[in-house]
Every structure is written in C-alpha cells, then in structure tokens.
Design a protein around this ligand. Structure first.
Ligand SMILES: CC1=C(CCC(=O)O)c2cc3nc(cc4[nH]c(cc5[nH]c(cc1n2)c(C)c5CCC(=O)O)c(CCC(=O)O)c4C)C(CCC(=O)O)=C3C
Ligand SMILES: [Fe+2]
Length: 370
C-alpha cells in the first residue's frame, strides 16, 4: 500500500457537472432547467432539442461523468488518497441539492468541488458557485447544517489536462491524409459566450479568452516540437446561443472553416480545448455540423479528443486536491501549471466573473457561507 496522502481538512470531493438528458422524455425538461430565466429564444431551444433527439435524446455527458468518477476513485485508491467522491449536476439528475443532502447525511463537513469546467467565466465558474449557494440554502431550509464548500482552482493549464489534448491532436493529424497533414491548421475551439461576459471574466476581466489562448499556444508549441512542423493555429468559437443582436465571441468554427478553405488551407484539426469531455456540444456542433460544413467545402478535417476520463486527468485532480489541502493547512505547496499565466487563484475573489444580476455564490471570497 502507498503511504496515505494528507487531505485534511477535507472529507469529500464533489464532482459537479452540467448534467444532460438520458432519454427523449428528458430533453424538454432538461432544456427548461438550463435556460430558466436566461432569455434564450424559443427557436434556439427547438433547434437544440433536435440535436439531442438525433442522438436518441441521450447526452453522452452522464456516462462520461460516470467514467470520470470511476477513474478518480481508482486513482485515489491506488495512491493512498482516502477521500470519498460524489457526483451532482446543475441541470439534471443526480441533482446537486440531492447529492449535497446525501453528503451531509453521510457526515461530510468540508467538501472540495471539482467542476467539469476548466476556465473562468460566469457560465463556467460563478454560475456553478451560485448553484452551490442555492443548494446550501435549500439544505438550510430543511434544517440541515450546511457544510463548508471550496472549489478547486481552474485547471485549464494543468499538465494533466493539457498533455492528453496534445496526444489527441497528434492522433488527429495521423488520421488526416498524409499529403495534407503538414499544412493542416489547428482550430482550437471553445464555447462562445457573450462578449460582455468575456470582458468581465476572472478577477481583472478578459480571463476567458486569455486562458484559452494560453492553452492553445502551449498545445501548438508541443505539437510543433513533436512533429517538427510549425502549423498555423487560431482560437475560434462554437455553440453560440442567445439573441442575435447580442454580440458573442467570434468567429464561429463553421465560418472559420469556410475562411480557411477560401485561403487555400489544405486541412484542419478541430481541437475542443474548452470542454472536459466529448459531450453534446462536441458531438453535434463539431462532429455533426462542422464536419458537414467541411464536407461541403471539400476540406479534410479531424476532431481531436477531450480529456474525458484519461488517467492523467484523474492524476491531475489528485494533485490539485493534495495541493489545495496543503494550502488550507497553511503550507506552500508546489502548484503545477504550463503556459504563461501561472496557477490560478484558490479562492475566487469578490466580484470575479459577475453575472447579469448579483446572486449569492458559494465557494468564493464573497460566499455567504464561511
Ligand atoms: C462556457 C460554457 C460552457 C463550458 C463550461 C461548462 O462546461 O460548464 C458550457 C457547457 C455546456 N453547455 C451545455 C448545454 C447547453 N448550454 C446552453 C446554453 C449556454 N451555454 C453557455 C455557456 C457554456 N456552456 C451560455 C452562455 C449559454 C446561453 C444561456 C445562458 O446564458 O446560460 C444550452 C441551452 C440551449 C442553447 O442555447 O444552446 C444547453 C442545452 C452542456 C451539456 C452538453 C450535453 O448535454 O452533453 C455543457 C457541458
Ligand atoms: Fe452551454
């Protein structure tokens, strides 16, 4: 048996994810959960519903989280990290509030949260924190003493998140016809968000785009070193939602593929760095829609894998847990990070990644729960 790793003061890890439908009957209620109060046009919802029906009404995200849970438990057990791992979602069962209630009933008082979103932004960070605050409030209403909840730092630049994506790009390049491989562009993609949200992301603003650019550069550099070929790369966006008159980050991946084709690019690899698993935004927006677009253009494309349940990602989570526990005990742990930005903060400062209207958010400096 390995020596036991010190995770005091924590007594549990919570995998906090988006959630997704598990059958056709779940699709509409799931979309209602996601878009409640968010001003998404009806037509957009109907369109996104069709994406899910195309895949039998099942999002792959839940099985991907089950696989990640298994990978985390296996990694923790193999390395003497004695920490139970739970799973709860923002928008579908198992719901966050139900999981937190179970955790409290199991006696968990100091909970560390791993969100399946690696970057700063309202949608990718504070919204998860608001949902945590709502769940804690619900437990309080039920007469339960809310546990203390902390969130792991953003892991976009952790080597265990980045390295599997480098391998993914190398595998995708190998899938392309040999004669276009060296000229292939790398199209790094992430979820588009309103430009106003991008501008206010992180403690000083602009973090969403800056963090993605940093990761894209690290991956492009690593691929150049591995292959000896310097390929052009760009950061582009996908899965735009919202009303058309509100500006969102651009260009869209499909417009980008068209521009590449016009510029005479021989091929492209789409690299979904914005996502942690190959969920619906990847399967539909890239593998279905963007690939169809590339087919029309006669542009050879491949799409590289997200980290999913890669054992290196599970090991990165272990590293982050041990690091954060040491910091909570007053130590100065080593903090792994690639790229130019350095390791992200442990505790989101007051006011970072603001939403449209202020709401209580847990696991940050402005949390109403200690
Ligand atoms: C930044 C970001 C991430 C990455 C960080 C993270 O992972 O959290 C992400 C992930 C995801 N988004 C997902 C699904 C959806 N997102 C929607 C809508 C929106 N996303 C937004 C942003 C993000 N979204 C925004 C600004 C909106 C507009 C509405 C609003 O302001 O809140 C809608 C409504 C319909 C539509 O308009 O598309 C759906 C169905 C799924 C599940 C996929 C599956 O089922 O496999 C996942 C992982
Ligand atoms: Fe989304």
């Amino acid at each position: 048996m390995p020596d036991e790793l010190d995770v005091r003061p924590y007594d549990a890890l919570l995998l906090l994810s988006f959630g997704g439908p598990e059958g056709p009957d779940d699709v509409v209620p799931f979309l209602e959960n996601v878009t409640r109060g968010r001003g998404i046009p009806r037509e957009r919802l109907e369109e996104v519903g069709q994406h899910y029906y195309l895949f039998g009404g099942v999002s792959p995200i839940n099985d991907q989280n089950r696989a990640l849970l298994a990978a985390l438990r296996e990694d923790f057990a193999a390395h003497g990290l004695d920490l139970p791992v739970y799973w709860g979602n923002r928008n579908w069962a198992p719901y966050l509030t139900d999981t937190l209630r179970e955790m409290v009933r199991d006696g968990r008082r100091r909970i560390l949260v791993l969100a399946t979103s690696a970057y700063a932004s309202y949608s990718g960070c504070r919204q998860y924190r608001e949902n945590l605050a709502d769940a804690l409030a619900a437990l309080e209403q039920e007469g339960l003493e809310p546990p203390r909840v902390d969130k792991l730092r953003h892991y976009f630049n952790h080597p265990g998140f980045v390295r599997p994506m480098v391998d993914g790009v190398l595998a995708s390049l190998a899938e392309l016809p040999e004669e276009v491989r060296d000229g292939a562009h790398l199209a790094f993609t992430t979820h588009s968000i309103p430009t106003s949200q991008a501008e206010t992301s992180g403690p000083e603003g602009g973090a969403y785009v800056a963090q993605h650019l940093d990761v894209a550069r690290v991956i492009a550099d690593a691929v150049r070193e591995e292959t000896g070929v310097d390929r052009p790369w760009e950061l582009v966006y996908q899965s735009r939602s919202g009303a058309p008159h509100i500006p969102w980050l651009e260009p869209d991946i499909c417009d980008h593929l068209e521009a590449l084709s016009e510029r005479g690019a021989p091929a492209a690899v789409m690299v979904p760095i914005g996502f942690v698993s190959d969920h619906m935004e990847v399967l539909y927006d890239l593998d279905t829609e963007a690939k169809a677009k590339a087919g029309e253009l006669g542009l050879p494309v491949a799409r590289s894998a997200t980290v999913g349940a890669d054992p290196r990602f599970a090991a990165a989570v272990r590293d982050l847990v041990v690091e954060r526990a040491a910091a909570e005990r007053g130590g100065r742990p080593e903090r792994c990070a690639l790229g130019a930005l350095g390791p992200s903060h442990d505790v989101c400062p007051v006011g970072c990644c603001p939403g449209r209207t202020p709401r209580p958010a847990a696991a940050g400096a402005d949390s109403p729960y200690a």
